[in-house]
Design a protein around this ligand. Structure first.
Ligand SMILES: [Zn+2]
Length: 152
């Protein structure tokens, strides 16, 4: 199954670090996975979503369907981006990405950022999503139109 995109923003490259990957502090993947599982339950989704934390993801965070299973997904975070998020923001990001999974499994042709955020806002606040966008834009040195992503 080829399907995957789903980033918060796709119009800029990854934040690079001068340090080697080995001395970058890492989030506890188990804790991130627990948050994913709990949000997945709150959104009443049955798909398995597995977390991966990687040194570089040009989308910062993305979700894609598993190569060999239609009902499983891989949620990949860039470590440096993950480290810059507080817990509320992390939960908002996960909810947004799960929103993409939800759309994929219900209305695959309606995949948009705004709809992903509508799904996310079933379980997180608009404010927490707004803060995530501010961080993403700050990281990319850009400024987007919040209304386009979050609605008015
Ligand atoms: Zn998105």
């Amino acid at each position: 199954v080829v399907l995957a995109y789903l980033a918060l923003i796709t119009s800029f490259g990854t934040g690079s670090s001068a340090r080697g990957a080995s001395d970058i502090p890492r989030h506890d993947p188990g804790k991130v996975q627990d948050l994913v599982n709990s949000l997945r339950d709150r959104l009443t989704m049955s798909q398995e979503v597995t977390v991966a934390i990687v040194p570089t993801n040009t989308l910062l965070v993305s979700v894609e369907s598993s190569k060999d299973r239609d009902d499983a997904f891989l949620l990949t975070f860039e470590n440096g981006f993950l480290l810059g998020l507080d817990e509320d923001e992390l939960i908002a990001v996960i909810a947004h990405e799960l929103g993409h999974v939800w759309i994929f499994t219900h209305h695959p042709y309606l995949q948009t950022e705004q709809l992903a955020n509508e799904i996310a806002m079933r379980v997180v606040s608009r404010e927490s999503l707004r803060r995530v966008y501010e961080k993403v834009w700050e990281r990319g040195g850009t400024k987007g139109d919040l209304a386009r992503f979050l609605g008015n």
